[in-house]
Design a protein around this ligand. Structure first.
Ligand SMILES: Nc1ncnc2c1ncn2[C@@H]1O[C@H](COP(=O)(O)OP(=O)(O)OP(=O)(O)O)[C@@H](O)[C@H]1O
Ligand SMILES: [Mg+2]
Length: 246
């Protein structure tokens, strides 16, 4: 086998091992979930009795007007926040019942988060940015570097590892952010408008990459988007309006 073929095989091996194939099993189950913020005296109900079931291996889009609660819903599923009532079970974990420490462990094991604005550290190279989430693990420095290199190869940036964010295009910065989101081999990718800041061509490249992560690496993906072309990439589109799914 050529070195290149071997590398690709290693890459596939590393990313396939711990995620289950699409089995039709539920991986995200929300039952009658509400989220209410209290601002001053006025409670504001942002999610209003959501019931939702997402299967392992799905690639779903979530659309809806600004302020309809899309990011709030993603944050709940990602274990960054808890429901006010109802239950949210994600990869077998009841989000509402976990302590902050347990939620942190849950996120480290199961969640990769991709943002609209990339959120890379400007003073770190692409490789160092991708390595960052692994600094809290017990992996050796050599293993961390190897995994970060593998993730950057998966997103097609093997020739940009020592570049700083300012030396990359927007599409390349988002690829680095995606490599960072997959470096710990999470079960679920949550993406909040991942193509919102990109031109059509770069957006299409990012969507193709997300499809590859779904099909080849069996990641379950939930993606908020305002872009109908992005939603078309998904296998199902849900619409949120004033905190309710329709
Ligand atoms: N921490 C918070 N405290 C109080 N209100 C909040 C908080 N987070 C969100 N909200 C409110 O909840 C509502 C929904 O916000 P959210 O960010 O989920 O909307 P969105 O659908 O993602 O909108 P956009 O498309 O503009 O990103 C908004 O009215 C917002 O002001
Ligand atoms: Mg939002």
């Amino acid at each position: 086998m050529s070195t290149e073929a071997q590398t690709t095989a290693d890459t596939a091996e590393q990313y396939r091992t711990s995620s289950a194939p699409a089995t039709g099993k539920s991986i995200i189950t929300l039952t009658d979930v509400t989220k209410t913020y209290v601002r001053g005296k006025e409670p504001l109900t942002v999610l209003d009795g959501l019931t939702l079931d997402i299967r392992e291996g799905a690639f779903e889009a979530l659309m809806g007007p600004s302020g309809s609660g899309k990011s709030t819903l993603l944050n709940l599923i990602a274990g960054l926040d808890r429901p006010s009532s109802g239950t949210a079970v994600v990869a077998g974990n009841d989000i509402g019942k976990m302590s902050d420490g347990e939620l942190a462990k849950f996120r480290a094991r199961h969640i990769g988060f991709i943002f609209q604005s990339y959120n890379l550290m400007p003073v770190l190279t692409a490789l160092e940015n991708v390595e960052l989430p692994l600094l809290l693990t017990k992996l050796s420095s050599a293993d961390r570097k190897k995994r970060a290199q593998t993730a950057l190869r998966v997103v097609g940036l093997e020739d940009r590892m020592t570049h700083y964010p300012r030396q990359l295009s927007g599409g390349q910065e988002q690829r680095v952010a995606i490599a960072r989101a997959i470096v710990h081999d999470p079960t679920i990718l949550v993406c909040d408008e991942p193509t919102g800041d990109l031109d059509r061509k770069s957006a299409d490249d990012i969507l193709a990459l997300l499809s590859k992560l779904n099909v080849e690496f069996k990641k379950t993906i939930l993606m908020v988007t305002h872009d109908p072309a992005a939603a078309e990439r998904a296998t199902l589109t849900r619409h949120l309006d004033k905190g309710k799914l329709r």
